[in-house]
Design a protein. Structure first.
Length: 344
């Protein structure tokens, strides 16, 4: 464990993922706070030097969190660690432990930190469109842009976990130990973003439920045939990974009094799988992309909205993506993925 950090610190869990790496690099540029990175795997050397402390450990380990409680002064938590949607369906009980119990542990850490230094601890929590559960494709099409409070009936363990953790954050932020005689100075300032499908030019897709868009590009860049696991007319909202990191930082910085809710939708664009195919074919003329829907995986995607209403985020904290559809594909995804395969 590193030496005690005496100046205010920022804790990033799940620090070794792509979002964690990107967030740490941005925080190192922008913040005077110390960065404390936590992940179950040793932090990559490329970002380790940007952190005041790099801790290898599990958010389910009470002794680790107790040691962190005593050794660090934490003013912000970016809680990125999670068991993601596809894997969670194969191991739902493990997903619940990591996604719910792990989050509860971190919320308790934030409460105790606030109790110690007397000011609210910001708790920034990435949620997901997996919290939505529309009953059928006809309803999905009719619903259009879905607001935060609509269709909160998740059908996956990951979606259930995220939905419950949003409520936990709301409780810790506004109602924690509400019958206790003593009042807590500070507390938790919980802020959450429901992300759409996130697409990256850096990470190789690994079978995620919304990975069909980047999978098309990776296959085309390698000259491989690709059979898409959803039907051509399936549509969900998407966002490029750099904008996801941008939104977390932007939500963190807004004064609390400007926030009308603890949970916000954000999005960039919404395209059908067929429209994504057409963009890829325009860039990779010899790409071979077909559609062979996996009924189980498509059934999950069919419960997610075609688009989300992010007007609250735009009104409350000036959210808008830096990368629209054209820039996401032409300026970010295509050149980034070509580079991975040494293509000009």
């Amino acid at each position: 464990m590193a030496e005690r950090i005496r100046k205010p610190g920022i804790l990033v869990t799940g620090a070794n993922g792509e979002m964690g790496h990107g967030l740490i690099l941005k925080l190192a540029e922008q913040s005077a706070h110390s960065i404390i990175a936590l992940d179950v795997r040793a932090l990559d050397e490329g970002v380790k030097g940007k952190c005041s402390a790099s801790i290898t450990g599990d958010i389910l380990e009470p002794r680790l969190l107790e040691r962190m409680q005593s050794e660090y002064e934490i003013h912000t938590v970016y809680h990125l660690a999670a068991l993601l949607s596809t894997r969670a369906e194969f191991t739902p009980e493990a997903a619940h432990r990591v996604n719910v119990e792990g989050t509860l542990n971190l919320l308790h850490l934030a409460i105790e930190q606030s109790r110690w230094h007397g000011v609210p601890v910001k708790f920034i929590f990435p949620s997901s469109i997996a919290v939505y559960g529309l009953p059928d494709r006809a309803t999905k099409k009719k619903a259009g842009k879905v607001k935060e409070e609509d269709w909160n009936y998740p059908t996956t363990m990951y979606g259930c976990n995220k939905m419950y953790c949003e409520h936990l954050g709301r409780y810790y932020s506004a109602h924690y130990r509400q019958l206790a005689a003593d009042t807590l100075a500070g507390g938790v300032d919980f802020r959450s973003i429901r992300f759409p499908g996130l697409i990256s030019a850096v990470t190789v897709p690994s079978g995620g439920t919304s990975d069909y868009a980047p999978e098309m590009i990776h296959a085309a860049a390698q000259g491989k045939e690709y059979s898409c696991f959803v039907s051509e007319d399936v549509r969900i909202p998407f966002m490029a990974m750099p904008d996801a990191i941008h939104s977390l930082l932007k939500l963190h910085d807004v004064p609390r009094e400007r926030l009308s809710r603890p949970v916000y939708n954000v999005t960039s664009f919404s395209q059908s799988a067929g429209q994504v195919r057409d963009l890829v074919l325009d860039e990779f003329k010899n790409a071979r992309i077909s559609f062979a829907p996996d009924l189980k995986r498509q059934a999950i995607v069919d419960t997610w909205p075609e688009d989300v209403d992010d007007s609250a985020a735009r009104a409350d904290w000036g959210w808008q993506p830096n990368l629209d559809l054209e820039n996401t594909f032409r300026s970010y995804l295509f050149p980034g993925i070509r580079k991975q395969y040494c293509m000009s």
